[in-house]
Write a protein that binds this ligand. Structure first.
Ligand code: 2AM
Length: 172
């Protein structure tokens, strides 16, 4: 039996990735944290964890039932969480389309046996890991990101570190 580490996410286009990388580089210039590689940047909607790959079909069926609609996220805030040691970029205000999408996803995942492991959705994009101290203050030039869909991703461990691979895409 093959097990895979899976999560649903919003997957930025290349232009947004590039802006995130550039902004993170400017912000974390004096940090020894590990920047997330451009191709791995994403906004997690639902972390599912390790599971047998036969469950992918039911996840895909559940995702296919969602009707949420596209949205625009303005990433205008940076932050740092001490325990997971991650530096992130986030919207000050999450658009309702994004909140609806996350709720719709969990509404579908519940009957399949998944539970959110947190009370509140804190949409963010992790831009660096192993950030052991609070990074310097930074004013992020707002990055506008219009997304039109979401993805199911697999976290794959490689010799060069983790790589996220898109398994399937859906329109939002
Ligand atoms: P992040 O969203 O803060 O970056 C894949 O591991 C993605 O799922 C990562 O982006 C990770 O954190 C997110 N995630 C959420 N909960 C997680 C958990 N309990 N374990 C690992 N990753 C988790």
């Amino acid at each position: 039996m093959t097990e895979r580490r899976l999560f649903f996410a919003l997957w930025p286009d290349d232009a947004v990735r590039e802006r995130l990388v550039r902004a993170a580089r400017a912000w974390l210039v004096e940090s020894d944290a590990r920047p997330v590689r451009a191709g791995n940047l994403h906004l997690t909607l639902a972390y599912l964890g390790l599971m047998p790959d036969w469950r992918i079909a039911e996840l895909c069926a559940a995702a296919g039932r969602i009707e949420a609609g596209p949205g625009t996220i303005t990433l205008d805030r940076v932050g740092w969480w001490k325990k997971p040691r991650v530096a992130w970029m986030a919207p000050s205000r999450a658009p309702s389309a994004l909140l609806d999408l996350e709720s719709a996803l969990w509404a579908e995942l519940g009957p399949l046996g998944w539970r959110r492991d947190h009370d509140e959705f804190a949409p963010h994009i992790t831009v660096a890991r192993k950030q052991s101290h609070a990074p310097q203050a930074f004013r992020l030039d707002p990055i506008e990101w219009t997304y039109a869909g979401f993805v199911l991703c697999e976290s794959v461990s490689t010799r060069d570190g983790v790589r996220y691979e898109v398994i399937e895409r859906w329109p939002a």
